[in-house]
Design a protein around this ligand. Sequence first.
Ligand SMILES: NC(=O)c1ccc[n+]([C@@H]2O[C@H](COP(=O)([O-])OP(=O)(O)OC[C@H]3O[C@@H](n4cnc5c(N)ncnc54)[C@H](O)[C@@H]3O)[C@@H](O)[C@H]2O)c1
Length: 472
Amino acid sequence: VVAPIGPGALGRHLALVGFMGAGKSTVGHGAARLAERPFVDTDAEIERLRGPIPALFEQRGEGEFRRLEEAVVAEALARDEPAVLALGGGAVLSERTRALLRRRAFAVHLLVDVDTAWARVRRSGRPLAQDEESFRRLFAEREALYGEVADGEADDVDGVLASALCVHVRRGALAAVVGAAKGAAVVADERLAGLSWWPEWPEGVAVHALPSGEPAKSLAVVGRLWDELGLGRDGRIVAVGGGTTLDAAGFTAATYLRGVDWIAVPTTLVGQVDAAIGGKTGIDLAKGKNLVGAFHLPAEVAVDPDLLATLPERERRQGMAEVVKTGLLAGRPLWELPEEEMVRACAAFKCAIVLSDPHERGRRAILNLGHTFAHALEAASEYELPHGDAVALGLLAALRLSGQPTDVVEEVLAPRPVEVDREAAWAALGRDKKGRAGRPRLVLLRAPGDPEWGVERPEAETRAALDELIAS
Ligand SMILES: NC(=O)c1ccc[n+]([C@@H]2O[C@H](COP(=O)([O-])OP(=O)(O)OC[C@H]3O[C@@H](n4cnc5c(N)ncnc54)[C@H](O)[C@@H]3O)[C@@H](O)[C@H]2O)c1
């Protein structure tokens, strides 16, 4: 199966452009490691082939250097396996390079201000960083060019990863979507229209209200949208709401006219750190949740942390379970960050995983840490137990089976054993859709930041871990 091309850098090279001193090599290396892609630093490649760049400049002149650079960039962009590329600051001067970037890559402008850039490179011996005045002049000349070739912009590893999947985390993101909504159809959770941040949509934009919560994820609701939408092939859906709204609206976008574009505006913490990212869309059947669906990535995800101001504490807690899960997978205490940074870091981590494995053929499975047990408990409670509370318990079980401390889960999420029928929970665990022949395949942690997936454990151990989550 060929990986889908786009949105963003999916199935394509991710090229970092920007001025010298922006940190393209360091950031590119970090992004490549997290997205498990090869990394090509074109300056390093030139030095490998021809020796130090300052000497090359001096002996052969800038013209010869630029010709060599153009060839090295073209060779890197011609490779089939999507990589992360860090391009030299002047690479985009070449018309041919700019054309190749447009065809073969998603380019992100790594931002830096001129003072920081100068402070970083002034003593580096780089040929074009010899005197401050010409350095500043060059910076002013090049900025417009980077803006012209870039598909996105960022200033660190997380920003690059988010941008690479067209995920924008910033205050005011909703206003930008509203400003560009003409011609789109809005699909939104019916409860949001009364909230303080609910916007005035442009005239002529139809707003389709979906029932709040899990009832949105039904064939009846999606069928009604199919009938009502009236969009053309070039139309797009703007979905505003939590994970349930996004799953239903995204599935509608995947199927209507065999697929139209959609923009996700997640309004819950679960939505912002998880459900809006990665293109899994779907609805529920009487037999179970998420049993019908499609991979259909949103063309843009507008994450506006301001929208969380109205979120009830209970809903916030559901999202914190995914935050703790992400932090354990990433090996970073993301739950300790201020809210906006926390959301950005979690979203970026999920982007990295999705970039490396969009269809969950391997590594993406790690995102199910704690979820196998969670699904079993939810099913046994007949979906009375909220998903996040179930995930918090599931994380406890996964950590115990991993031989890892559980204190973070206990302190941040404080899960309480749940009263459900033990046999029903055990039976549900055996039915897990990711299991094999009735045996669940688990995601465990060798250490924080070092997950393994597809792990089978002796039945007695798994059963004991499940039993510990259930109140007698
Ligand atoms: N597709 C994916 O990758 C993915 C990932 C995780 C979860 N999910 C799905 O997401 C769903 C859960 O999402 P959720 O937790 O966001 O639930 P949700 O969409 O039901 O929202 C929870 C509640 O919060 C309310 N709400 C939403 N935004 C609000 C706001 N800003 N202020 C006040 N109230 C607000 C909603 O009306 C609802 O009552 C599940 O169906 C799950 O299967 C999907």
